[in-house]
Design a binder for this molecule. Structure first.
Ligand code: 13P
Length: 249
C-alpha cells in the first residue's frame, strides 16, 4: 500500500511573512498527523524559515526547482545541497511551467533528477501532455517519452525514492480537471511503464500524484481511483483552510 501524499505547490506566491503565517496555522491544525503525507512547496526565499517552524511536525517541505550543477558560476540558480540544507526533503522537477516557460527539456530534467537524488532529495517528477498532444492522440507517446528520457540512467534504488506527478497541461490553472477516469487511465499507464522497466514491486510502491485544478470538491473522486496516490495542488493549496480540507479529501 502506498501512503497517500498531498502536496501544495505555491509557485511564485507568498512572502516569507505569509509563508510563516500559513505554516504555523497548518502545523497547529495538524496536531494529530493526518493519513496522507503532507508536503508544502514554498518559494525558495521562504524555505529556511518555514523549515525551522515545521521542525518536529508531520509536514514536509519541497523546493519547486533546482539547478543540476553542484555549485559554480550559475547566477540566480540554487543547488540541491542548498535546498537540502535549507530543510527540504523533496524537490519538484520538470513542472510544465518549467518546461514551457523556461525551456527545460527532457535531457535537462533528467540531469536535475540525478542532481536531486545525489543531494539526498526526493524528486517529485512532473509529466503530462498538452491539450494539442491529447487531441492529436499523442498522450501515451508523450507521457512515455517523458518517463523514458527523464528517468534515463536511474537505478531501482533511485526510483524507490522518487514520486511521479501526472499533470496534464490543459488542466493546470484552468479549472478543467481531468475526470477521475481520464486521470486513472494515465496513472495506470505510468505504473505499467515503471513495472516494465523496474519491476512490479517498484511500480506498486511508487506514489503517483495527480495535478491540475484539484480542489476540495473534486479530490475525493480522484483519490478513489486505484492508481491515484495523491495530489499536487496549485491554486487550492494557497489558502490554508482549503489546503486543510484537501488533506481530509
Ligand atoms: P492548479 O492546481 O492551480 O491547477 O496547479 C496545478 C499545478 O501545477 C501543481 O503543480
Amino acid at each position: 500500500m502506498v501512503r497517500p501524499v498531498i502536496a501544495g505547490n505555491w509557485k511564485m506566491n507568498k512572502t516569507v511573512a505569509e509563508a510563516i503565517d500559513f505554516a504555523s496555522r497548518l502545523r497547529n491544525a495538524l496536531i494529530t498527523p493526518p493519513e496522507p503525507e503532507v508536503i508544502i512547496a514554498p518559494p525558495f526565499t521562504a524555505l529556511h524559515a518555514v523549515a525551522e517552524l515545521l521542525r518536529g511536525s508531520p509536514i514536509s517541505l519541497a523546493a519547486q526547482n533546482l539547478h543540476e550543477a553542484e555549485k559554480g558560476a550559475f547566477t540566480g540558480e540554487i543547488s540541491g545541497e542548498m535546498i537540502r540544507e535549507a530543510g527540504c526533503e523533496y524537490v519538484i522537477i520538470g513542472h510544465s511551467e518549467r518546461r514551457t516557460l523556461f525551456g527545460e527539456g527532457d535531457e535537462r530534467i533528467s540531469r536535475k533528477l540525478r542532481a536531486a537524488l545525489s543531494a539526498d532529495l526526493r524528486p517529485i517528477f512532473c509529466i503530462g501532455e498538452s491539450l494539442r498532444e491529447r487531441e492529436e492522440g499523442q498522450m501515451q507517446n508523450v507521457v512515455e517519452r517523458q518517463l523514458k528520457e527523464g528517468l534515463n540512467n536511474l537505478t531501482a534504488g533511485d526510483i524507490s525514492r522518487s514520486l511521479v506527478a501526472y499533470e496534464p497541461v490543459w488542466a493546470i490553472g484552468t479549472g478543467r480537471t481531468a475526470t477521475p477516469a481520464q486521470a486513472e487511465e494515465v496513472h495506470q499507464l505510468i505504473r505499467d511503464w515503471i513495472a516494465g522497466r523496474y519491476g512490479n514491486e517498484q511500480a506498486a510502491e511508487m506514489a503517483i500524484l495527480y495535478g491540475g485544478s484539484v480542489t476540495p470538491k473534486n479530490i475525493a473522486d480522484l483519490m478513489r481511483q486505484p492508481n491515484i496516490n495523491g495530489a499536487l495542488v496549485g491554486g487550492a493549496s494557497l489558502d490554508v483552510g482549503s489546503f486543510i480540507q484537501l488533506l481530509g479529501y
